[in-house]
Design a binder for this molecule. Structure first.
Ligand code: ZN
Length: 272
């Protein structure tokens, strides 16, 4: 039997649907695809982090320091005192695999961050803002909370976490991955990550002092000052609103029956 090709009817490539309906379908479809891809990437990160143990991470990054950091001398008194305070606070987190290292970034902009391998960076600008050890202890405890939840690795971004994963698998050096502190500081954490880090930080402070008095006082001051100071803008851009944090911390303290009065410990160096 001979096959005779029929001519297609006119307008076969023109859809019967209204163009707007087609555009809508396309947008919904693309959104669905992007959502699936994003969820898949988040899942891959979680799997990668599962295989990069904290021990492996701590070992890989021991001695590592981001290239863009302007650190003060290791013999600086404030660095040593802050290190001692971190050591005291970390002692309440018995099972931690990290050996925390403190570096002070010689920057006027207030900030504190958690970096791979147990590196905690605090800026001179932040040390200038705290008025008691209790205030500083909470800021540091909050950063310990990010280590606890491994937020600091998620903040590296998907590409870097996957590079880290392959570095662990292949035994390569992490120096080639190229992580900068600025990158991480700009990325910031989600609201839930911040809330969990705050809860952990407050618990650490409570364990250390037996009360949580003045833990949130730095944020009370920042919340009360309506001047949009560039000195604290960077910290505020990557952390929740000070007022919200203060309220949340008060709620935690009330829920757990923690004392909100108690003796304040002065800073180990003269207050500004
Ligand atoms: Zn944080």
């Amino acid at each position: 039997m001979k096959f005779i090709a029929k001519k297609p009817r006119e307008g076969i490539n023109v859809s019967d649907e209204h163009p707007l309906v087609e555009a809508g379908t396309l947008i919904v479809g693309l959104t669905a695809i992007f959502t699936i891809v994003a969820l898949a990437l988040i899942f891959i990160i979680e799997v990668a982090l599962y295989f990069v143990s904290t021990e492996a991470e701590a070992e890989l990054f021991s001695g590592w320091i981001p290239a863009d950091l302007a650190t003060v001398s290791s013999s600086d008194d404030r660095r040593e005192q802050t290190q001692l305070l971190v050591d005291r606070l970390a002692a309440h987190w018995a099972e931690t695999p990290y050996e925390f290292r403190v570096e002070i970034d010689d920057s006027d902009v207030a900030n504190a961050m958690a970096l791979p391998g147990g590196l905690i960076i605090v800026t001179m600008g932040l040390l200038d803002q705290v008025e008691s050890e209790n205030e500083l202890a909470f800021v540091l405890g909050h950063e310990l909370g990010h280590f606890r939840n491994r937020d600091h690795l998620r903040a590296l971004g998907r590409g870097l976490v996957l590079s880290l994963f392959f570095a662990v698998i292949t035994g390569n050096d992490v120096a080639g991955i190229g992580i900068s502190a600025t990158d991480i500081a700009l990325r910031g954490f989600s609201r839930e990550q911040e809330t969990r880090a705050d809860a952990f930080g407050l618990a650490i402070v409570h364990s250390e002092y037996g009360h949580v008095n003045q833990a949130a006082r730095l944020f009370e001051r920042w919340g009360a000052s309506d001047e949009d100071s560039s000195a604290i803008a960077s910290y505020l851009s990557t952390h929740p609103r000070p007022g919200d944090r203060v309220e949340q911390l008060q709620n935690i303290a009330a829920r757990d029956g923690w004392r909100t009065d108690g003796q304040i410990t002065p800073l180990a160096w003269p207050a500004p």
